[in-house]
Design a protein around this ligand. Sequence first.
Ligand SMILES: Cc1cc2nc3c(=O)[nH]c(=O)nc-3n(C[C@H](O)[C@H](O)[C@H](O)COP(=O)(O)O)c2cc1C
Length: 465
Amino acid sequence: MAPSSLSALPSTTEPRKVTPESLGDPSFRRDYGLKYAYVSGAMANGIASCEIVEAMSRAGFLGFFGAAGLPLETVARAIDRLQASLGDAPHGFNLIHSPNEPDLEAAVADLYLKRKVRTVEASAYLDLTLPIVRYRLSGISRNGAGEAVAANRVVAKVSRVEVAQKFLSPAPRAMVDELVRRGELTTQQAELAGRIPVAQDLTAEADSGGHTDNRPLVTLLPTMLALRDRLQKEYGYVQPPRVGAAGGIGTPAAAAGAFLMGAAYVLTGSVNQACLESGSSDVVRKMLAEAGQADTAMAPAADMFEMGVKVQILKRGTMFAMRAAKLYDVYRNYDSLEAIPAGVKQPLERDLFRASLAEIWDQTRDYFLKRDPRQVERAEREPKHKMALVFRWYLGQASRWANAGEPSRQLDYQVWCGPAMGAFNEWAKGTPFERPENRKVADVALAILEGAAQITSDYVAKLST
Ligand SMILES: Cc1cc2nc3c(=O)[nH]c(=O)nc-3n(C[C@H](O)[C@H](O)[C@H](O)COP(=O)(O)O)c2cc1C
């Protein structure tokens, strides 16, 4: 299969001007009703806000609302707002795998089905789960030509080849059978399930802000494209799945490179958090505008803390990376809160928690009694789990303090961010985008694509001389 972006190259000896609209896979733009093959990825806790999704949609891009970490009622309100403001215009929501809260993942998928949310960005999956498969297959039908047509679109964001393979294959038989048994699918629908991939679109996520395997895009994207080609040969889908690129894209050159490597679309995150419409705070936007490429670090993740999973964050101007690493160290070395020696505990209580660990446990307990009482039962049985919940309080609050711009907690801000931010800042020097107050999400997206089109045009012109 020819890399889709080559459609932007000239077929005559006269070099054709490459435009922002011509970059990427035309079928991606057509299927999602977009002017441009450019997507703003979900950012947790509503950092990818309704305002971002609306601004992107109105300018011809696709934006995903950052549903992760939000209570179900808040996600439902975002659906109300975006369905009212955008109707059928492009937009989508994040469905994030939650190994610690499987019921929440199922409830969010259920909400999306009930509210007829037709496009989701599926992320953080290590394997397929029943909720994501159910979402994809619900409402699958046959068109006039007898082809399988899915009602719901999944854009899966993946950084590992083994996981990509699952999303680019049809849903596993055992899960399809289970959905039939539960009365969620008919046997005719189950038969159609074998003809489409779980995800029509797969974003190859390289070194990025937030959860990342830190792979370079230049190694990851070709591997994912080759995997797609192999699976397309194996399954012979009527519509071949597309592969987009994310991670490190914050400049025209990065976007141009991704398209020339064959990306059907590009997806950004870090640069959008720095924009006016994001659900972050002005103080964080200012910190992000000062970041260089080397100003990021890996730090323990709140959602998968016990598993040692890390997220990429902004290092400059905050002590979060160091403090969170200290908590993980303590978690590894002691079996319970009570076993932590006073000399280790005191600085934590003084500098990080600003309260005793016992007080933090009381707050944490109240929170989980409302949200997921099984966590409290388990914590009362397993002291190590109690310690994890208390330490995760700090990690969770550190994101909230950053989003709220809490002045007394600036040194604790947890700001997810990748090297794309520094690259963007370097490129933006001397332009209006140098100032945080000029960063509007759709303007940034268009500037990146206009620059990418220019770079590609220049490249093509050079080739033809
Ligand atoms: C602040 C922030 C929060 C993010 N939260 C999520 C999330 O909740 N769900 C998700 O799928 N991706 C999340 N991401 C990843 C982005 O959607 C996107 O894939 C990534 O940032 C692209 O790489 P880049 O940061 O190099 O542009 C987040 C990224 C950032 C910077």
